[in-house]
Ligand binder design. Structure first.
Ligand SMILES: NC(=O)c1ccc[n+]([C@@H]2O[C@H](COP(=O)([O-])OP(=O)(O)OC[C@H]3O[C@@H](n4cnc5c(N)ncnc54)[C@H](OP(=O)(O)O)[C@@H]3O)[C@@H](O)[C@H]2O)c1
Length: 344
């Protein structure tokens, strides 16, 4: 290890599973990096919906992962495992984690680390990894989204959605979204969405059919759906997928089971797929990191992709950050300030 590290740190613990109040600051031993890991001094940590599920006891950390919540951070390199090359103590770094982000220090496989993009603050960089890794692997690897195609992203104003809109636009796609209020729809349009459907006042199936009625070649519908709702959305998504369309599930907020019109899947030669990110191996996450560095980092440098920060909270107020995410009024990301002075 290239540098000595502190013995203890402040971290947010989940007491017994429950409401936001079970998140409490505690003193913990600081982690030490193994041979392939980087120890990060955390400046900011992103808050994600899966963190709420973990707090409620519905999303346990995968084997070997920290029990401290937090799936993404930005900070500086504090120490290097002996096998790690290409990084130096003091480098600005952001990382995808399997857990442990709500803390002053976290150790993470080096392959899951990326440089903080030039021009982004630590808060913005902390809001990148979980949503970008998820959007990339589901829109590109799973959904095979290509320039010139059309994608429908449900939950357009979410952390995932606000990143997904910008990524899909930068890839050259036409982007439709659903969101739950006129203000959220307007925010999605400002980020580049070509069509934003307020699903609470409009049937998204009818809206997509109408918007794609004059598509070239009589092809009607969207090529890819990125779905974080599940339940009866799957049947409705299938109705508006075009010939050869891909349906990518990333969450089941509307229910874990669906009844599917199989004959339509056959007629339209649809592909139904999906993924989870957290339990995948460091090697798989490393492959996504490489693809992001090659493709998404230049988009960030070109100003085409930037996390939308809704609010920040000091680490000690992680419970309030969870309350804010649970309220559901946010547009974009909520971030914990671990070292930085509050910016927003
Ligand atoms: N599979 C993976 O690898 C992976 C990775 C990360 C996150 N996720 C999942 O992706 C989702 C978004 O994560 P996040 O951190 O970005 O959360 P978030 O910002 O809290 O977003 C959740 C969004 O879900 C929408 N929503 C909830 N119920 C809905 C319903 N019945 N119909 C339509 N929209 C609904 C809400 O939209 P409105 O407020 O507009 O209604 C909200 O914007 C979460 O479910 C999370 O678990 C999956």
């Amino acid at each position: 290890m290239a540098q000595s590290t502190p013995w203890t740190m402040t971290a947010i613990e989940i007491g017994t599973p429950g409401g936001p109040e079970v998140l409490t600051p505690a003193q913990r031993p600081a982690p030490h990096p193994t041979a392939d890991e980087i120890l990060i001094e955390v400046h900011a940590a992103g808050v994600n919906r899966p963190d709420l599920m973990q707090r409620q006891g519905n999303y346990p950390p995968p084997p070997g992962a920290s029990d401290i919540p937090g799936l993404e951070v930005a900070g500086t390199v504090a120490a290097l495992g002996e096998g790690v090359t290409g990084w130096a103590v003091g480098d600005a770094v952001c990382a995808l984690l399997a857990g442990g982000g709500y803390a002053q220090y976290v150790a993470v496989p080096a392959v899951q680390c990326l440089p903080v993009p030039e021009g982004l603050t630590m808060v913005e960089a902390a809001a990148l990894p979980e949503t970008l890794f998820t959007c990339w692997t589901n829109l590109v690897d799973g959904g095979h989204l290509k320039a010139g195609e059309t994608v429908l992203i449900h939950g357009g104003a979410s952390g995932i959605g606000t990143t997904g809109i910008q990524l899909a636009k930068a890839l050259g796609a036409t982007v439709f979204v659903t969101a739950g209020s006129p203000a959220k729809c307007e925010a999605c349009r400002r980020l580049g969405a070509d069509l934003a459907i307020d699903y609470k006042s409009e049937d998204f199936v009818a809206a997509v059919k109408q918007a794609t009625a004059k598509q070239v070649g009589g092809k009607r519908g969207v090529d890819v759906v990125l779905d974080m709702v599940g339940g009866d959305y799957v049947r409705r998504d299938i109705e508006i997928l075009a010939q050869g369309g891909r349906h990518v599930s990333i969450a089941v907020q509307g229910g874990p089971e669906a009844t599917i019109p199989i004959f339509k899947v056959m007629q339209k030669r649809l592909i139904l797929t999906g993924s989870t990110l957290r339990a995948r191996s460091p090697a798989e996450k490393g492959r996504i990191a490489e693809a992001l560095h090659e493709t998404a980092w230049p988009m960030i440098a070109a100003g085409k992709l930037k996390p939308l920060i809704h609010a920040t909270f000091p680490l000690e107020r992680a419970a309030d950050a969870h309350r804010a995410l649970e309220d559901g009024d946010h547009i974009g990301k909520i971030v914990l300030m671990v070292k930085e002075a509050p910016e927003i």
